[in-house]
Design a protein around this ligand. Structure first.
Ligand SMILES: [Ca+2]
Ligand SMILES: [Ca+2]
Length: 278
């Protein structure tokens, strides 16, 4: 309680001094424009993450904080010793605008999967950004590694494909292999849905997308397996995309088959392939 009283006193003193020095009182938090990474972007364990953001304040910037933490909620069954990447650092800012570019090393043993990257900023008067008004920034990024599961999308003849051809109103058929070369599979989620661009950007970001809503969704347990076939997992399933599903897509938006695989070491891999309709 004593500590709180002291710090409140200090803040009050600073506030009074600021008022005496300058009639303009800063009550507006900084703004953050996060250029990189973008929503859904992937980074390999052992490599660098590029962070690029523009900070602006009406009077004077002070600091920003960058944190990255895992978003593995769900299927790890509580018996897996994962080693998620965890990053939390504050940086000094000055002036009214500052463009920041940082290279952040991702440890080679980082567990693969979705992570949240969060950016907050504070100005010299103590005004902080927040999530309520969207002035703090958060994006989901994916870390990949060599030990996570892989998905090979194929046609009925076993040839790898770059996209699937679908016919509106007819059952879709998917083929391929889901395999884990290091360890074993655990849990598989198969989705047909949108991957929508998070934001428009000047340069091409092939992974800059976020899942919107699902047309089809199935969970499969594959505990202890090293390889399973997509066509076996989807046996007896009827996946049909209607014209009204397609009508919900934005201009230039596509449907994807998305396969999310958790392995026995807690790595989560997400693989997607476009489903093309004429
Ligand atoms: Ca301000
Ligand atoms: Ca594995």
């Amino acid at each position: 309680m004593r500590r709180l009283t002291l710090s409140l006193g200090l803040v009050t003193a600073m506030f009074v001094m600021a008022c005496e020095d300058d009639t303009e009182v800063d009550i507006t938090a900084p703004t953050i424009t996060l250029e990189e990474p973008v929503m859904g972007e992937s980074f390999a364990a052992g490599e660098e993450l590029h962070f690029d953001a523009m900070f602006e304040d009406d009077v004077e910037l002070a600091t920003f904080n960058l944190s990255i933490h895992d978003n593995f909620n769900g299927h790890s069954h509580g018996r897996v010793a994962v080693t998620p990447f965890d990053f939390d650092q504050s940086y000094t800012l000055s002036g009214k605008t500052q463009d920041v570019h940082e290279h952040i090393d991702i440890p080679v043993d980082a567990t693969a999967g979705p992570y949240h990257l969060v950016v907050d900023a504070i100005d010299a008067a103590g005004n902080a950004t927040n999530f309520a008004d969207g002035s703090s920034k958060e994006v989901e990024i994916w870390i990949t590694n060599e030990e996570m599961a892989h998905v090979h999308f194929e046609d009925a003849n076993g040839t790898e494909v770059e996209e699937y051809e679908g016919v509106v109103g007819e059952e879709l058929k998917f083929y391929g292999e889901i395999e884990d070369e290091v360890g074993t599979l655990d849990h598989i989620e198969i989705v047909v849905g949108h991957l929508e661009d998070a934001e428009e950007h000047d340069h091409d970001h092939s992974h800059g997308r976020v899942l919107e809503e699902n047309i089809y969704d199935k969970d499969v347990e594959a505990e202890g397996e090293t390889s399973v076939l997509l066509q076996d997992l989807l046996e007896g399933e009827s996946i049909v995309v209607t014209q009204s599903d397609l009508d919900e897509l934005e201009e230039g938006e596509h449907l994807y088959l998305i396969v999310k695989v958790t392995d026995s070491d807690g790595n989560i891999a997400r693989h997607s392939i476009e489903i093309h309709f004429d």
